[in-house]
Structure formats: structure tokens, C-alpha cells
Ligand binder design. Structure first.
Ligand SMILES: C[S@@+](CC[C@H](N)C(=O)[O-])C[C@H]1O[C@@H](n2cnc3c(N)ncnc32)[C@H](O)[C@@H]1O
Length: 284
């Protein structure tokens, strides 16, 4: 591993895990789409604006932002994963969607053009920085005076059964793992007060971390969701760290299935979670 910032995350999102995100892209998009409306409502992107989507993944938010910014505006979508950017580009071609500039770079360190964006948006793409204050300061440098940052991040486990059920199942079978709750990863900003303090330290003002209720949706059964969460979500990370056997892995997936069943409906799984909708303003 090198000393380069975010080397571990770069490797992670370009590894087999990135391939799994690509494989499950359609299902993940269905799952996460309910976050788009509140995020884009908060961002209030208007025609002619320049927008940056941070950790854009397969680019769904960037493509929607490009429609809102219109022909007179522009969207840059930055991600550290070549695999996910390739997917974003392929989807953009197949959907013939509005133009987005895709950029393979680390948002924490990339020398964006100073004061070039009116809006910075992110759907779960800002929790992976090794140095969040440096990253948010870098994004502030790229923001025009008065620009708005809007981002959705996961909240604490007890408000988030999508994480607490798989994590609980993995820990029941494998025991707890020693981990820093603030380390880069999906739950790095689970503590809303800490997140506000990080953005404020980076120089952003009017920082807010509002709870946001969304219902995560999947088309399949609890068993199908348990199986994909078992290969992709927090339980998968614990299983990998602990070297779970095949028997332990199936017992964990069975427990996740049992935990998810209460969310089954005729249309698929409907899991209510509380996220954080972050917003902040670049000083005028
Ligand atoms: C949980 S995924 C979210 C992807 C997408 N925003 C979505 O909602 O589907 C997190 C994304 O952040 C990207 N990422 C992680 N660290 C990054 C960094 N330092 N700079 C840019 N992108 C990063 C990952 O490659 C991944 O695509």
C-alpha cells in the first residue's frame, strides 16, 4: 500500500467489489433512487449552473443534474473507480442522456478549477475520504462564492435497518470486529454532529445535517435481498475481515433474510431508513 491519499479506497473501488457494484448496478439503482428527489430538491439546480457530482458511481445523480442544468450549464462527475465510471459512460450512451463530463480522480486532492461550481452534489459518495476536512476544503476551493453543497449520507445503525440487520447477523455468527467508527467507509458520517464539525472546519458555512426518511426499494424477496447484501454490504465486509466459512456465510444470509422479511410487500422489499441530508454554503 502506498502513502498516496485514499490508496486503500482507490484499490477497494477498483477491485472485485467495484465489479460487484457493476453487476448489481440495476438493483442498486432501484434501491437508492428514492434518495434522488430529496437530494435534488435541496440542491435546487437551475438552468445554466455548473454542477459537480462527487463519488458519482454509475452516474444516476449526475445524469439527472445535467437535465436540470440544461444546455447552458454543465455537470462534471468525479469518481475514483474506473469500473464505475466505465459503467456510467455506457449507461449515458445507451440512454442517450444529457452530456456529463466524467472525471477519474480523487475528489480529495484533484486540482479542480478554482471557483468553478455553483452546486456540489453527492449521493453517498463523500464518506470515503481519508482526510475529510482536506477533501471538503478542496471542494470548497472548487466552489463559487455562495455555492451550495448537498449530500446524502448514511445515518446511525439503529436508524438504518438496511445496515443494522446484516451487521447484527454477521456479528452474531462471527463476533465483533475492532473498527474505528469514523474510519472511511459507508458509516463514516453516521454521527451527524461530527459531520457538521468536519464541514465547518473545512470552511463551509450554514452547515446542516437534517434527518431524511426514505424507503429503500428492491423488486425481489427478502431472501434475494439478503443474498445480495451478503455479498456486497456491511455483512460482506465483516465476513471478509473474519474469513467466514461457507457454512457461516449461509447462516448469516439466512439470518438477514429472517430480519428483512418484515419489510416484504407484494411489490418487493420496502425498508424505511433515516439518512442524513447534508447541506452547506461556500462563504460569499
Ligand atoms: C457508495 S458509492 C455511491 C455511488 C453513487 N454516488 C451512487 O449513489 O450510486 C461511493 C462512490 O464513491 C467513490 N469514491 C470513493 N472515494 C472517492 C474519492 N476519494 N474521490 C472520488 N470518488 C470516490 C467510489 O468509487 C464509489 O463510486
Amino acid at each position: 500500500m502506498t502513502d498516496e491519499p485514499n490508496a486503500a479506497q482507490r484499490q477497494f473501488w477498483n477491485s472485485d467489489f467495484g465489479d460487484k457494484w457493476v453487476t448489481f448496478q440495476t438493483d442498486l439503482e432501484t434501491l437508492h433512487a428514492p434518495m434522488n428527489t430529496p437530494l435534488l430538491a435541496r440542491a435546487a439546480i437551475r438552468p445554466g449552473m455548473q454542477v459537480l457530482d462527487v463519488g458519482c458511481g454509475s452516474g444516476s445523480v449526475a445524469r439527472r443534474a445535467a437535465v436540470l442544468a440544461g444546455g447552458g450549464g454543465g455537470v462534471t462527475a468525479v469518481d475514483i473507480s474506473e469500473k464505475l465510471l466505465d459503467t456510467a459512460r455506457a449507461i449515458a450512451v445507451s440512454e442517450q442522456s444529457a452530456h456529463v463530463e466524467y472525471l477519474l480522480a480523487d475528489a480529495q486532492t484533484h486540482p479542480f478549477m478554482p471557483a468553478s461550481f455553483d452546486r456540489i452534489v453527492s449521493r453517498m459518495g463523500v464518506m470515503f475520504f481519508g482526510n475529510p476536512v482536506a477533501a471538503f476544503a478542496n471542494l470548497l476551493h472548487a466552489a463559487r462564492p455562495g455555492a451550495q453543497l448537498s449530500a446524502v449520507v448514511w445515518r446511525r445503525g439503529d436508524e438504518n435497518p438496511w445496515f443494522s440487520i446484516p451487521t447484527g447477523a454477521a456479528i452474531r455468527h462471527l463476533g465483533p470486529i475492532a473498527s474505528d467508527p469514523d474510519a472511511p467507509g459507508p458509516l463514516a458520517f453516521a454521527n451527524a454532529d461530527r459531520t457538521v464539525a468536519l464541514l465547518t472546519s473545512a470552511g463551509w458555512v450554514d452547515v446542516r445535517a437534517d434527518p431524511m426518511q426514505v424507503i429503500l426499494e428492491t423488486r425481489g424477496t427478502a431472501a434475494e435481498a439478503a443474498s445480495s447484501v451478503g455479498s456486497l454490504g456491511p455483512a460482506a465486509r465483516i465476513m471478509e475481515a473474519k474469513g467466514a466459512t461457507a457454512a457461516q456465510a449461509s447462516a448469516i444470509v439466512a439470518d438477514i433474510d429472517a430480519g428483512f422479511r418484515r419489510f416484504e410487500t407484494d411489490l418487493g422489499l420496502r425498508v424505511p431508513v433515516t439518512m442524513t441530508l447534508l447541506s452547506a454554503t461556500a462563504p460569499a
